[in-house]
Design a protein around this ligand. Structure first.
Ligand code: NDP
Length: 253
């Protein structure tokens, strides 16, 4: 797909990886629909895109809310027309050990609230946005591409029962959509980033970050633009579908 003038929706587009994806798409001349919970962050991303000469629009929406997501895609379609791409990037972590014990006594458990919050954004939000985007792609254009941002944590990571379940699920859903939606000319794929230098990762303690970087064969965190370039690569290549791209500096080989 040639990205010039194509409408690409990015959830979690206000900051972090989402902002970087928006800037990369702006360079390609795409029309960008930025979705996030906070208008102020969205406005900054949109301004940076427009400084590159791109058409960028802000939509405040909580991706966990079904009626809000339905309204969101109606609004995007009304304002911008046919939707050609969706990047399901909004995501959160709420880490805790499943069970923690000391001297044979259980001292803490992952709360149901932490489980529900992460599943709601990372899994249900991804499902809702993909469902509405696919419906609009079929109604208005009969082609498109959906990318789920997974994580290398999806194969299991300490303290992340909720997050790993959500990311493994997001990746599996992309495979399902690649099979189900191919008949409508819609592709689906996912990206599993390693540790990328955004707020989510930089919130870690400096000692932990240093230890982490030393364990990555390429000896550094990834840069947001390295994930963003993978997004445009997938969008542009019409024969990619159903696959997950691991971008992790060789951490998980
Ligand atoms: P950030 O925390 O920097 O950004 C996440 C964005 O998602 C924020 O703009 C946030 O909005 C938005 N968001 C959260 N909840 C909702 C919601 N309910 N509805 C709409 N938007 C929401 O994260 P990153 O940029 O680092 O991560 C982006 C994606 O990449 C996530 O899915 C993450 O799991 C994944 N990832 C990141 C890695 C990394 O190393 N950074 C590694 C592997 C995967 P708000 O500002 O309101 O919080």
């Amino acid at each position: 797909m040639e990205l010039k003038d194509k409408v690409i929706v990015i959830t979690g587009g206000g900051r972090g990886l989402g902002r970087s994806m928006a800037l990369e798409l702006a360079d390609k001349g795409a029309r960008i629909a930025l979705v996030d919970m906070h208008g102020a962050d969205l406005e900054i991303t949109a301004r940076l895109c427009m400084e590159k000469g791109a058409d960028a629009h802000c939509f405040v929406c909580n991706v966990t809310n079904e009626s809000a997501v339905e309204g969101l895609f109606e609004e995007i379609a009304t304002k911008l027309g046919a939707i050609h791409g969706l990047v399901n990037n909004a995501g959160i972590t709420r880490d805790a050990m499943l069970v923690k014990a000391k001297d044979g006594e259980v001292v803490s458990k992952m709360s149901l609230d932490k489980w529900n919050q992460v599943i709601a954004v990372n899994l249900t939000g991804t499902f809702l946005c993909a469902r509405e985007a696919a419906a609009k792609m079929i109604e208005l254009g009969n082609h498109g591409c959906i990318i789920n941002i997974s994580s290398i944590s999806r194969s299991g990571n300490m303290g992340q029962t909720n997050y790993t379940a959500s990311k493994a699920g997001a990746e599996a859903m992309a495979v399902t959509w690649a099979k189900e939606l191919a008949r409508y000319g819609i592709r689906a794929a996912s990206i599993a980033p390693g540790f990328i230098a955004t707020d989510m990762v930089m919130a870690m303690k400096p000692e932990a970050l240093e230890k982490l970087s030393s364990q990555i064969p390429l000896r550094r965190l990834g840069k947001p633009e390295e994930i963003a370039r993978t997004v445009t690569f997938i969008l542009e290549n019409d024969y990619i579908s159903g696959r997950c791209f691991e971008i992790d500096g060789a951490l998980r080989i």
